[in-house]
Design a protein around this ligand. Structure first.
Ligand code: CTP
Ligand code: MG
Length: 606
């Protein structure tokens, strides 16, 4: 990698600063030396250019027509060539080094953001739109890159050219020097005026751009929903509105730029004209020599041209600064401390879990879990039952510390959950999520995802068999090497769930959480999985969330949740003996199944 000279321990977190220029300077850590080299090279190139004009002056005033021999004339010519080569070489070096800094810094920043975003908490991701994160990690990083590659270096170039040429003219003639910078204060004021405006417009533009990205991303992800609800026209309309808004904001941004250009051009043009005319008059009057006039005419361009660009660069810099802020807003977010915790057991947990009066809410919202108390012995299975939104997923998500409970206590093997490092807990807990996500990789890669050691095919097959998906996978022409998703097979909901179950089983966790893991699987397959799981669940503490009574009735403990509270708790027999939701659901489901059965028999006999 080309960033080998960057300090390994550098993290963009160290570049968080309310002073954006300072922050951008810190962000360059490891590249700052070559960046300074780039600026110095610029200086040398500028000196070479100015020296060319001074040599020209010498040539016109002191050499021409004075009867010097050919060898001396050749020497002067060599001088011109040498200066031109020097200027070219150092310009090249400067560009190269600046580009290296910019690319290296951007590369590191993008890598860091990817890493960092993965480590932010669930709560952060709940609140943040994916499109926004995407845009900040790409287009805003790009603006920061341009800041180094074009803007900061451009500013350095302007300042150096200005200083070198101003000093050179000053030494030729002070009046000319003053004449050549007369509009500079006006240009600076005009640039400053536009700077603030462009900043604001650009910020608006980037925000709108993020909105468009988010909408695009959501619609691509949710394209099936859109189609199913025949909402294409509505979504297209919404998208076009956002996109139109972006267009208009882009137009306003460009308008600001394009207003700036003519005004600075006029100023610079007037300046140039005044310089040439007054200098010309001075030359005719004999106040200055012809050589001085020629040199002046050459050098003054290198004062005015950069001045004209100064405004543009300052204005563009504002975009780099805004993007810096937008990127740093992500960098600033605290990562979930994965390995922090005072208690890290050597081996595996036993799996005794005790909830005591646990309360939990998402952010500032309403409490979604209230007074949750229950106890699970190691190796027992707990089933959670309850209507949608009753808090089942929220409850199990507390165990791997995806979220932190607000009150009460949860202990694992007698130790408060908050004492355990998150990475340890997550290595002990396997979770099959309610909406499992598979990567666009092969089935083998998906199943072995998250297992650090080498896994043999036998282990993968065993996990897949237990999840009742092995036969299905084998029926694909490429078996376990079949690609999932976009360019591969499209798995059904139930197949996806079963691959996700295999993935979790392979990790062999001590605590197993199945969040509605068999909801898209038919009853027969579910039965298969349940029997396989029962074997695998031996000795593990298991949480099963399900809607079918059949899937939960064998559990050691059944919790019935309603609006965040446990309304019933016990074994199947206990709950059947009570009046309440459980018995109602049981009878309801039994009746439905009976009716189905009868209908089935009726159709068969006919
Ligand atoms: N909730 C929330 N923020 C989240 C997730 C959930 O505010 N990131 C809220 C939901 O709006 C809901 C409550 O928390 O009111 C409980 O949600 P959940 O635990 O997901 O309910 P489940 O019982 O799992 O519902 P389902 O059967 O539909 O999965
Ligand atoms: Mg749920």
């Amino acid at each position: 990698m080309t960033i080998s000279n960057a300090p390994a321990q550098f993290s963009p977190k160290q570049a968080v600063s309310s002073n954006r220029l300072l922050g951008l300077w810190r962000l360059m850590r490891g590249f700052r030396l070559i960046y300074v080299g780039a600026v110095l090279s610029l200086g040398i190139a500028a000196l070479a250019k100015t020296a060319t004009y001074l040599l020209l002056r010498y040539f016109v005033d002191d050499v021409l027509g004075r009867g010097f021999g050919v060898p001396f004339l050749l020497l002067v010519a060599l001088g011109f060539v040498g200066l031109a080569l020097g200027e070219g070489l150092f310009s090249f070096l400067s560009g190269r080094w600046a580009a290296r800094t910019a690319e290296g810094t951007a590369l590191r920043l993008r890598n860091y953001l990817f890493d960092h975003i993965q480590r932010l908490s669930f709560a952060y991701h709940d609140q943040t739109r994916t499109g926004e994160l995407l845009q900040r990690s790409t287009s805003d990083v790009e603006a920061v890159r341009r800041f180094y590659a074009d803007q900061a270096i451009g500013l350095g170039r302007i300042i150096i050219l200005f200083a070198v040429n101003f000093v050179a003219i000053w030494n030729l003639n002070r009046n000319l020097a003053i004449l050549s910078v007369i509009v500079v204060p006006v240009l600076v004021v005009v640039s400053y005026f536009f700077f603030g405006r462009v900043s604001r417009r650009y910020e608006e533009y980037q925000e709108q751009d993020a909105r468009v990205s988010t909408r695009l991303q959501e619609n691509l992800t949710g394209v099936r929903v859109v189609k199913a609800f025949a909402r294409q026209a509505y979504e297209i309309d919404k998208f076009e509105k956002e996109n139109w808004d972006k267009f208009q904001k882009g137009r306003r941004l460009i308008l600001m730029h394009s207003l700036y250009w003519p005004s600075s051009d006029i100023l610079a043009g007037l300046q140039m004209l005044a310089g040439f005319v007054i200098g010309g008059i001075m030359a005719i009057n004999g106040t200055i020599t012809a050589g001085t006039y020629l040199a002046y005419a050459g050098m003054v361009i290198w004062i005015i041209w950069p001045m004209r660009n100064l405004g543009r660069i300052i204005v563009q810099m504002s975009t780099g600064l805004v993007s810096y802020d937008r990127v740093m807003a992500i960098v600033r977010e605290e990562e979930e401390p994965l390995s922090e915790g005072s208690y890290r057991p050597r081996g595996n947990v036993r799996g005794e879990i005790v909830f005591n009066d646990v309360g939990f809410s998402y952010g500032e919202g309403e409490q979604v879990l209230k007074h949750i108390s229950f106890r699970v012995e190691p190796g027992q299975s707990v089933a959670l039952l309850g209507s949608t939104g009753s808090g089942k997923t929220s409850l199990v998500n507390l165990l791997p510390r995806f979220y932190e409970y607000d009150s009460g206590s949860i202990t694992l093997d007698g130790v408060e959950l908050k004492e355990y490092p998150r990475d340890y807990l997550r290595s002990q807990i396997g979770i099959v999520e309610q909406e499992p996500f598979l990567f666009s990789r092969t089935i083998r890669e998906n199943i072995s995802y998250g297992v650090d050691r080498e896994v043999s095919d036998e282990e993968i097959y065993a996990a897949a068999r237990a999840a009742a998906i092995h036969e299905v996978i084998m029926s694909f022409p490429e078996g376990y090497d079949t690609l999932v998703g976009e360019r591969g097979v499209t798995l059904s909901g139930g197949q996806k769930q079963r691959v996700a179950i295999a993935r979790t089983l392979l990790r062999n966790p001590r605590i197993l959480i199945l969040d509605d893991a068999t909801s898209s699987v038919d009853t027969e397959t579910e039965g298969l999985i349940r029997r396989a799981l029962q074997r695998l669940m031996e000795g593990r503490t298991t949480f099963v969330i399900a809607h079918r009574i059949q899937s939960v009735m064998n559990a050691d403990l059944i919790l019935v949740l309603d609006k965040g509270e446990i309304v019933q708790m016990g074994r199947h027999e206990d709950l059947m003996a009570q009046e309440g939701i459980y018995r109602d659901i049981y009878h309801l489901q039994a009746r439905i199944e009976d009716e189905l059965q009868q209908e089935l028999e009726a159709t068969v006999t006919v």
